[in-house]
Design a protein around this ligand. Sequence first.
Ligand SMILES: Cc1cc2nc3c(=O)[nH]c(=O)nc-3n(C[C@H](O)[C@H](O)[C@H](O)COP(=O)(O)OP(=O)(O)OC[C@H]3O[C@@H](n4cnc5c(N)ncnc54)[C@H](O)[C@@H]3O)c2cc1C
Length: 309
Amino acid sequence: MFDVIVVGGGPAGLNAALTLGRQRRRVLVVDSGTYRNEPAEEMHMFLSRDGFPPAELRRLGRQELANYPTVEIREDLVVAVTGTADDFAVELAGGSTERARRLLLASGQADVLPEVDGVAERFGRGVYHCPFCHGFETAGKPLAVLGGDFSHAMLALYVADRFSDDVVLCANGPLEVSEELRAALSDRKIEVREEPVTRVGGVQNALIVHFADGTPLERGAVFHRPVSRQRSDLAASLGCELLPDGCVRVNAMQQTTVAGVYAAGDTARLAELVGPTPFVITAAADGAKAAIWLEQDLFRSSVNVPIPG
Ligand SMILES: Cc1cc2nc3c(=O)[nH]c(=O)nc-3n(C[C@H](O)[C@H](O)[C@H](O)COP(=O)(O)OP(=O)(O)OC[C@H]3O[C@@H](n4cnc5c(N)ncnc54)[C@H](O)[C@@H]3O)c2cc1C
């Protein structure tokens, strides 16, 4: 019986395992190894590691965990979980079933890219989802935003406000926003092109957006905010409440609405926030918070003084 099984070995899961390993808890991290920032060669906004390769961060994290004999990491996929607090049964694709008193879901989110040729290959390397992660490096360059809904119009306004005077909103079809938003785009001299985009070509820092009418548009970078979905449906299958955007609802202790099940990182958020804060440092911090409260939960139940509430 493990104290905690952690589903996912990204920054959230690894930092949780570190915190629990230091309290000598028996922890199993099961990781299927499809990380959200896999396509990116550098990560930003992590103090002391700005511009660091994300794969290297994970490698160093695993190396540090090797110092903690009660922590095990297994490359595998959790396919099902049954049971309740104090006795969860976790079924792995590799064939084994492991048991744990508590669960931590740190399984992340997956991005669903638009069906425009060339976007998937360039995602994280010229086509960017997030101005916090990548905006600074695009400053002063001609930029495009690809998408024709409210969130892309707002993204175009944002990158024009922070990074560039030359922003084109490639709506890839009719722009579906209010007159007020259209006026705001026009006020900030953001050109809107509504003809279909057939392909994004070129290389990082020198991309070309190709329109259906054959005209090319040269850009230093393209921003697109993909739809995201849970990487794993375990939270739903356990009956955890999901928020309207699909994130697992957690409280400030990273507890889900199911007893004994915690969640951390991109997979989860507080209902009070208007949206997720999906970053490496926040995922790692969520993992630490979850582990601290998991530890309190395990300890206090062993002395029969449970966490109130
Ligand atoms: C292109 C790109 C660039 C980015 N750049 C930055 C940046 O510069 N700075 C920044 O702060 N953030 C950046 N991000 C965001 C960052 O990637 C995420 O916030 C971070 O990875 C979240 O960590 P996590 O641990 O929650 O999830 P992840 O890192 O996605 O890890 C989740 C892990 O869980 C595993 N898993 C899922 N289901 C199961 C299962 N059933 N069984 C076992 N394992 C499972 C997955 O395979 C994966 O290995 C970027 C994102 C993208 C897409």
